[in-house]
Design a protein around this ligand. Sequence first.
Ligand code: MN
Length: 567
Amino acid sequence: MKTATLLTSKSDLVQRAYAFAEKAHAGQKRKSGEPYFNHCLKTAEELARWKLDETTIAAGLLHDVIENTDYTAEDVEQEFGPDIKRLVEGVTKLGTVKYRGVETQVENLRKLILAMAEDIRVILIKLADRLHNMRTLNALPPTKQKRIALETMEIYAPLAYRLGMQKLSGQLEDLSFPYVYPTEYRWLLANIKGRYEKREAFLMKIRPLVLKALKENGIEPVALDFRAKRYTSLYKKLLRYEMDIDKIHDLVAFRIIVKTIEDCYAALGVIHNLWPPVPGRIKDYIAMPKPNGYRSIHTTIICTEGEFVEFQIRTEQIHQEVENGIAAHWAYVETKGTKNYSRRLATLATNKEIAWVEQLRAWQKQFTDPKEFIDSLKIDFLKDRIFAITPKGEVIDLPQEATPVDFAYHIHSDIGNECIGAKVNGKIVPLDYELHSSDIVEIITQKNKKPSSSWLEFVKTATAKGHIREALRKSGLQGRILSEKRKKQTELKITAAHQFGLMKKISGILSRSHVNIISMDSTASRRRGHFYLIKIRCDTSDKDKILKIILKLKELKEIKEIDSRFV
Ligand code: MN
């Protein structure tokens, strides 16, 4: 929605809020020098773009009035009624505690969760406010930039993702990335230069073929366009692929939007008829949505010239929902004409995101220790998710890399405590097995069995950790809890061109990352001609740390290849 549209909005409420906020902020300036009211307007425009109701848009215009002007909450109530006052006050309260230190951070997050459970629109306004603040972040001093960007990346972007607002989540991440990881960002820019354009040019070439084949099969696509992978998600993927950009096939993906679900499957058939699919890369998130509600059919095919191309297929309605998540549901219910707010919330209670918010509210009560609360929030609720399935078909939502023990504790603490084994898809697996989405998990239990302290080394959820510690404490095994982070080692195998001083550069990188070298030896690699093979053992098994080191090592032009394994 353009500025002019908001100003000429048919809604009297929005018009009055516009005039009120403009007057209230008159003369105030943002750090960037622009009029303060611009920020209010941009926030409200974003809410309008998400197709939210006029109450929310009006509250968006007024969201900084209580905090930054002479007007009070009572003034807002008198002028606009209790609903809008409650929303504006909700947003104001969220803003008053800053993200500093664990204690205040926790207080802030608890407020956020409660506000969210009470009226999800408070969070939607806060998210729109944060989006504009991130867009204008360069006007702030560097220390503030980093703090705000970090908070956005760790809390708001994952929160938006869990609310199904995929697009917003990606926008927030991409806006934070350069501030949080400046070196990595520069590396990324230097290494992807021109690649996006090259991929798009290639897809442009095959686009007419796709269009023709779809039409020949009676499918009239609503849109046939490209989706460029966002920087942050590309970077995360690169970390998993040893920073090798040639292994990323969905840098730019084809997106086919059609009218009906039937057309989605028909279009998939058409694509597979044109080019052979890569086995194991067909993902039907329409039949089996992701835990955050994401739906689409994905497939990767081997195109002409041997190029891998990813296709994403979905309907128009799904597209709306994928982009706007909970906001789209909100708008959808709104158009059905339910007027009463509490009734509307009741209708929404059936949808996944609201269920998640409810779960979050109940969960946060368990924690008294602030540090544990934060860690657990980040891992149990905001990390990337997988969904595993019980033999009865119930979907269990878990963080990535979760194990059967996490699964067991998620169902019930007794099942966790008495767990002695697990079957995944009918086969016995070790208890530290890494679960994947759509695994069917069966837990084998034995009465009066006690958990093992060694489980603490591999479980991923704070819920499981808490229950295990509790059970150990009760059975008096407390003193024998093993140190959770038993030191492990990593071996790096580096293939490099021989050059004077290289070893020194490598050890410099390792020591700057606070990693100790245990052993280091090099041999001329027979297989690799005049290259050398360097083997380094170091005293960490911290995945993130190792990946960062690999990234830094790859900046050395003498280094051709790096393999790593935990030993
Ligand atoms: Mn604001």
